[in-house]
Design a protein around this ligand. Structure first.
Ligand SMILES: C[S@@+](CC[C@H](N)C(=O)[O-])C[C@H]1O[C@@H](n2cnc3c(N)ncnc32)[C@H](O)[C@@H]1O
Length: 252
């Protein structure tokens, strides 16, 4: 699918054009004329993903300082993920999030003190992530800036990245798109847009195999609670929640 970058107004034409050129996307001064076509919009609020047409859901942008991220933190919802990667057992964990997506899990890990390299192969997701990260770093909010300063980002296929890297990190974290999520009526708006845009992650087994060569402590895979484990190797142990679980593969 061809995605265009569109300026919200005349002030953002140069930014939108530069982003399109950098990421190999199309530049268009106007949103798509047909309904339900995804496009990136560049405005004073940042970069967001929209669907064209009058009945489209609201835009999706990466906002690490949003209320739901703060609520997730206060409500202790980050603990399962933290336990899965080993927060509390080791200090200053280095993590590669090889399926960064909208960066929510990466941000949680950074907030828990991990140094996180986010890898994302979709140019659209990368554009949203980088803009969210830039806004977080410039926010003037000490908590948000501190967590964002522990995040780095590359637009790359993680399998190729891990094959080329020579250094190991403590943990490799994977959350590949799971097709059955599409059947849930309660699937979040942004994940629905991403599934429409990105399709299934067909190479998760290969991604898991590549991760074992680069992790020195654990590989962690997020799965829907009742989904099978990724094929290839059985997890050493599982940390289960109501909707999702984390399959943990200790590396010895
Ligand atoms: C389910 S989403 C991840 C959501 C993420 N955990 C979050 O908290 O926002 C999966 C993402 O992984 C990316 N992805 C899947 N396989 C990848 C690969 N081999 N290299 C880089 N990115 C990959 C997809 O493009 C998609 O954006």
């Amino acid at each position: 699918m061809v995605i265009s970058v569109t300026p919200a107004d005349a002030h953002h034409q140069a930014h939108a054009h530069a982003l399109a050129v950098e990421l190999g996307l199309h530049y268009s001064e106007l949103p798509p004329s047909a309904d339900a076509i995804p496009f990136l919009s560049y405005s004073s609020l940042g970069v967001d993903l929209r669907l064209s047409g009058p009945s489209a859901p609201g835009p999706v942008r990466v906002d690490f300082g949003a209320g739901d991220m703060r609520h997730r933190r206060r409500a202790g919802k980050n603990e399962l993920l933290g336990r899965a990667v080993g927060v509390g057992k080791r200090d200053n964990l280095s993590v590669i999030d090889a399926t960064a997506g909208l960066g929510r899990d990466s941000f949680v890990l950074a907030d828990l003190g991990c140094q996180v390299m986010m890898l994302e192969r979709s140019a659209v997701a990368f554009a949203l992530l980088r803009n969210g990260l830039d806004r977080g770093l410039a926010s003037g909010d000490g908590w948000l800036q501190a967590a964002c300063s522990r995040l780095r980002l590359e637009c790359v296929d993680s399998i190729a990245y891990m094959a080329a890297a020579s250094e190991k990190v403590d943990v490799i974290y994977l959350d590949p798109m799971f097709p059955e999520r599409q059947k849930s009526a309660r699937v979040r708006k942004e994940m629905w847009m991403f599934q429409e845009l990105l399709g299934k992650d067909e190479d998760s087994e290969e991604l898991l195999a590549a991760a074992f060569g680069r992790a020195s402590y654990r590989v962690v895979v997020k799965r829907p609670a009742r989904a099978p484990a990724l094929p290839g190797r059985a997890p050493g142990f599982v940390i289960g929640g109501r909707k999702v679980r984390f399959d943990v593969y200790p590396v010895t």
